[in-house]
Design a protein. Structure first.
Length: 112
């Protein structure tokens, strides 16, 4: 058994310049915990694989394609491959989301 303490995982460099901690990385999938402080957001981008997001804490805005929605803790959001998407924290509190990419991408994410 392997147990990962997310707080002990270092945030890795990323094009969004936000706290992004890769907590799971195998041949089959990747999981990252993204933390957005108030006013922070991800740049619009496309992933080469399907992604699902699980909101861990707070309230945030998700944009996928032409859709935009406010989501809160304990909600799951699906995002198909090759569709532009991003996250925005317009609240006054921390927003954290678990990002799972399945299958593990073999290509880079494309910033738009």
């Amino acid at each position: 058994m392997k147990i990962t303490i997310v707080a002990n995982v270092q945030s890795g460099p990323n094009p969004h310049h936000v706290d992004a901690r890769k907590i799971y990385d195998t041949d089959n999938a990747i999981a990252v915990v993204i933390t957005l402080q108030p006013g922070e957001s991800l740049k619009k981008h496309m992933t080469p694989v399907d992604v699902f997001f699980y909101v861990l804490e707070g309230t945030g805005i998700v944009e996928i394609g032409t859709e935009r929605a406010e989501v809160t803790k304990d909600q799951l959001v699906e995002s198909p491959a090759q569709i532009p998407h991003r996250w925005i924290n317009e609240s006054k509190a921390v927003f954290r989301v678990l990002v799972v990419k399945v299958p593990k991408p073999t290509e880079e994410t494309k910033l738009l």
